[in-house]
Every structure is written in C-alpha cells, then in structure tokens.
Ligand binder design. Sequence first.
Ligand SMILES: [Zn+2]
Length: 153
Amino acid sequence: MAPLLPARGSLAANPGMTVDKLVVPRAHWEILSAHAARCWPEEACGLLGGLPGLVHAVYLVENSLHSRTAYLMAPADQVGAMIDIEARGWEVVGIFHSHPAGPETPSASDIAQAYYPEAVYVILAPGEGGVWQGRGFFIAAGTVQEVGLELRE
Ligand SMILES: [Zn+2]
C-alpha cells in the first residue's frame, strides 16, 4: 500500500483519514449494489480502485466464506484486482462488503480485521423498498470515523 498522506486539519484525529469524502460515480455504485443484491443473503465483497477520494473502478471479489455474517476475499480475485489497480497507477481507495441483514456500519469483527487504514470501508445494506444503502468509514487502530459517500453522475 502507498504510504499515508500527511493528516491535515480536522482530519488529524484519525491518521488514516486522508480524504473528507469518497466520490463514487453512479455507474460504479450500481455495479456495487447489484452485486450485493445478487449475493444476498450472503455477504458480498470487493475492492474500489482509483485516486484518493475518487473511485475509478469496481472489482467484484468472491466471498470465499459464502457466509451471511462474514466475508473473506478469495485470494486469487483479490490479488488480481490489486495487480490491476497498481498497473493503472491507482490505489485501493475503498474496500466494500455488504451486511445482508444490516446495518450499514462496521461490526466488531470489521473493526478488528481492518488492515488498510488509508482505504474507505464501504458497507452496503438493504434499505426500505429494496434500495441498497451505503456508508463509508475509515477504520484505523480500532477507531472508526465516517467519511461521506458522494454519488456523482
Ligand atoms: Zn461487516
């Protein structure tokens, strides 16, 4: 992973919080939410590649646990995605997974197993009327700080 960017201003509280929002183009959001719906009732997962604060590509990764309450990225998929991200000069700007029974906030195990302080953890959960909702978080050293997701056309 790239070294941490220097913390700035009010973001200094969390050393991993390098951007104040993550912009997700709507077409990419639709890929994410469709994947979460397709995997339901199992957790879905994957990576977001791009430049800090901006998603350029979504990498869908198999949840090798096929669990309703946990995920483990299939290593071959995860490594392939990371190689592609690096080859394009991007970074892993986000790591997404779904909570099929909600809520769209990190679980205790999500916090304990967060190894990428500079990535935004995007968590999706089904909301009212079957519309998937998502929230983003920086998770570093056991602390969680929400970062806004901005859907953009
Ligand atoms: Zn989770």
